[in-house]
Design a protein around this ligand. Structure first.
Ligand SMILES: NC(=O)c1ccc[n+]([C@@H]2O[C@H](COP(=O)([O-])OP(=O)(O)OC[C@H]3O[C@@H](n4cnc5c(N)ncnc54)[C@H](O)[C@@H]3O)[C@@H](O)[C@H]2O)c1
Length: 477
């Protein structure tokens, strides 16, 4: 492709974000998303963000955007970490910023600058007091905020997912490469205890060559969350379930198995097929709720997402991954987390966690010995403290601590923009496949070929492990 054409494409992709985030879309010029993807992939990588170590930050100044259920917990967790200052807080609703200030006070931390309103995040991203923008808003804002953060010279950490469309995913990649700012998706499940254990086992060949893996997000959110007026702000998550049909939340299941399979670092997700059931619960529930309470009238009569989605991915090296998504039928929680190799298998859900290196599951005492042998240094170092601080049993704190320790010591992050983009791309691709009677969808190579030589995730604490955790005497309520 002539180089001026490449430049045009690249400028178009980056420029679209700068113009108030109306997504390009290159499809507008080229009319076909497939052509857009082909062209994007044919561009050379500007810079490889895999393994990239940004300059050290002695203190990490954080701006948190979105102070609902998840963001307000993040304020407390991050307040435990030495060398971290929460300098800016933002929510659409000013009273939520006020509550987060109270948390800082309770944790003995200084007040942060306050931002609010629909567009308050823009000033936060552009402020001089922030090194990292940590986003915990509804999904549709994740990519716009991360893009503005990077373009304003900040690192971006975003709650799952990182982008809802393929265009957004590409923009994140392009922007991270051009600005040399990290864009990490906060996939906390990669830091859960059994997930880290199986990652180490896989890395050490205990399970042989990994052939197949399964992950899921199966969590009945209906009554307590989706249809609860006091849960998600402005009912954003219920609205998403009436707007999209596919796997809306793939990354909790996918992140940990992708790391075990060295996705983007030796192998790559090549293509997928996806199939959804009809909806058998959400529409009925909306009707029932609307009959009792007028508040729910706007949610009745909508075309809700099929309850159960199955997505199967094949990798370039001929391995498979099954992802499931169901947040609306009555089932016990599960992320499956199954890793099946030529020499053994590990599976987390349903409990108890189990491993087999022959035709039967290992006994408890054998499992215990194996756990001792394969526990990673990060878990030995921070695992017990993380359990005390909490956050999904500790995994949230391990993730936060590791991110801060990497930034403070100038280490590459465990999850880069290619992970963020490729794991998130499953949302849009599963929607497209479901819509087209489970047609095969190619998964973009966001690394543009670098997956062949990128190094696997570092499982040591080498060069880091220096970040301390504060002892906190909480004050007030
Ligand atoms: N990793 C995990 O385990 C985990 C768990 C729960 C939620 N999440 C993710 O965290 C994110 C937030 O979820 P939640 O449960 O806290 O939802 P929530 O509705 O409780 O919080 C979202 C917050 O964003 C605010 N907001 C909306 N528009 C805004 C804007 N323009 N500017 C600033 N703030 C704005 C809302 O007022 C609200 O306070 C979601 O992406 C969700 O998927 C992740």
């Amino acid at each position: 492709m002539p180089s001026n054409r490449r430049k045009f494409l690249r400028n178009l992709s980056i420029g679209a974000g700068a113009l108030g985030f109306s997504l390009p879309s290159f499809a507008k010029v080229k009319n076909s998303n497939e052509t857009f993807l082909e062209l994007q992939e044919s561009l050379p990588q500007t810079f490889n963000m895999c393994g990239y170590a940004a300059p050290k930050l002695d203190a990490v100044h954080i701006g948190i955007v979105g102070l609902g259920m998840r963001g307000s917990d993040a304020v407390e967790r991050l307040s435990y970490i030495e060398g971290v200052e929460i300098t800016a807080l933002c929510d659409k609703y000013a009273d939520r910023v006020g509550k987060a200030q109270q948390t800082l006070e309770k944790m003995g931390r200084p007040k942060a600058k306050e931002y609010s309103g629909d567009e308050g995040y823009k000033a936060l991203c552009q402020s001089k007091d922030v090194d990292l923008v940590y986003t915990c808003t509804p999904w549709h804002l994740h990519a716009p905020i991360s893009l503005l953060a990077m373009k304003s010279g900040k690192h971006a950490a975003t709650e799952v997912n990182a982008g809802l469309s393929i265009d957004e995913c590409w923009q994140l990649v392009e922007t991270s490469e051009q600005t040399k700012k990290h864009c990490m998706m906060l996939e906390n499940c990669c830091y859960d205890f059994f997930e880290l254990l199986t990652l180490n086992m896989a890395r050490n060949g205990l399970l042989g060559e990994i052939v197949h893996a399964e992950g899921a997000y199966i969590h009945d959110l209906t009554k307590d969350y989706l249809f609860n007026k006091n849960a998600y702000a402005d009912m954003w998550r219920l609205k998403e379930n009436a707007k999209r049909n596919g796997n809306l939340y793939p990354t909790h299941g996918l992140g940990p198995i992708a790391q075990c399979m060295n996705i983007n670092r030796g192998d790559k997700m090549d293509h997928l097929v996806s199939m959804s059931t009809n909806d058998f619960t959400l529409g009925n529930l909306a009707k029932e709720m609307a009959a009792k309470d007028d508040f729910f009238q706007p949610y009745a009569g909508k075309n809700y997402r099929g309850n159960m989605n199955n997505t199967i991915i094949r990798t370039n090296k001929g391995k498979t991954m099954l992802l499931q998504h169901d947040v609306s039928t009555l089932r016990p929680y599960s992320r499956i987390h199954l890793i099946s190799g030529t020499k053994g298998i590990a599976q987390k859900y349903p409990a108890p966690e189990r491993i087999a290196l022959e035709h039967k599951w290992m006994k408890e005492d054998e499992l215990k010995q194996l756990k001792e042998k394969y526990t990673l240094p990060i878990v030995k170092h921070i695992g017990e403290i993380a359990k005390e601080v909490g956050g999904h049993g500790g995994m949230d704190f391990i993730m936060d601590w590791r991110l801060m320790d990497c930034l403070r010591n100038g280490l590459p992050l465990d999850m880069d923009v290619y992970d963020a983009a490729s794991w998130s791309s499953i949302i849009a691709l599963s929607e497209q496949s479901v819509k087209a009677k489970s047609k095969t969808m190619d998964i973009p190579d966001f690394t543009r070929g670098a997956w062949k030589t990128n190094k696997p995730v570092n499982l040591t604490l080498e060069g880091g492990g220096t970040t301390q955790v504060r002892t906190v005497q909480k004050t007030g309520n």
